[in-house]
Design a protein around this ligand. Structure first.
Ligand SMILES: Nc1ncnc2c1ncn2[C@@H]1O[C@H](COP(=O)(O)OP(=O)(O)OP(=O)(O)O)[C@@H](O)[C@H]1O
Ligand SMILES: [Mg+2]
Length: 251
């Protein structure tokens, strides 16, 4: 369980203070996947930066499995918008990097898991390639593989599909959900895209304008439905989210 309790973040400089996020309260059960949408500048990336430990200066409490969240204690996977692959390492070495940093053993079980995940994401034969030799969609899948191989307690994604064209994006979303269904990693996905939130989110969190607070949490009845994109209820749910946005991110 991830507990976010009265989280509030401000950016302070000598001249001024910007209240960027909160107060925010959320409880995310282990094995859930939350899609977070909200207007530009409402604090979505700020939230992920708190959860992955980049921002340490915040008010409130964040607990993972009952302990103060910390990248030292917990395994936290983060897929940034630009995928975060190191250009001088090939796909396989990029995938093993989080384990090396954490000084975790790369034994035969880990190697088997890595092989399985890379094949599942259709990049098994690209292991020796460098990021510059990959398409956008392939880089994206390498970044997804890397996080699932490290078996994180919490997986954070900041608009991970936004750089992809529409078809590659849908394919990447489908591969992601397929592999997520197997490992059920607790995940928070930030997106600008309503359809993506409905496709990927078991729960959909809608944030207000800056400083972002929760407008609504939707328990998504359509999560994991087959052929979702052709489903009539899919259009109805996306229309109801669109109407919240049209009202200025208010209900
Ligand atoms: N380092 C910083 N110093 C001061 N203000 C900042 C800093 N980083 C972000 N902000 C401000 O904090 C607010 C939240 O920013 P954040 O990047 O979290 O928004 P976001 O929801 O991720 O936006 P987008 O959808 O455009 O990516 C914004 O108003 C932004 O201008
Ligand atoms: Mg952002």
């Amino acid at each position: 369980m991830l507990e976010i309790d009265n989280l509030s973040v401000s950016y302070n400089s000598e001249k001024k203070s910007v209240h960027a996020l909160g107060p925010l309260n959320m409880q995310i059960s282990s094995g859930d996947i939350y899609a977070v949408i909200g207007p530009s500048g409402c604090g979505k990336s700020t939230l992920l930066n708190v959860l992955c430990g980049i921002i340490k200066d915040f008010e409130g409490k964040v607990l993972l499995k009952g302990e103060d969240l910390s990248p030292k204690k917990h395994n936290i996977g983060f897929i940034p918008q630009n995928f975060g692959l190191l250009p001088w390492k090939n796909v396989y070495k990029n995938c093993m990097l989080p384990l090396k940093i954490k000084e975790q053993p790369i034994d035969s079980a880990v190697k088997e898991r890595a092989e399985y995940i890379l094949n599942k994401l259709n990049i098994g034969d690209l292991k020796n390639r460098y990021p510059r030799e990959l398409s956008g969609g392939q880089k994206q899948r390498a970044a997804i593989a890397r996080t699932f191989i490290m078996n994180p307690d919490l997986l954070l994604m900041d608009e991970p599909f936004s750089a992809l064209d529409a078809l590659t994006r849908e394919e990447a979303q489908e591969l992601f959900i397929d592999i997520w269904n197997q490992y059920k990693t607790t995940t928070i996905l930030v997106t600008h895209n309503i359809e993506e939130a409905i496709y990927m989110g078991k729960k959909i969190v809608i944030l207000s304008h800056c400083p972002g607070t929760i407008v609504k949490i939707i328990d998504n009845p359509l999560f994991n439905t087959e052929n979702l994109r052709q489903n009539e209820d899919y259009l109805k749910l996306s229309e109801s989210i669109r109407s919240i946005i049209k009202r200025g991110w208010k209900i």
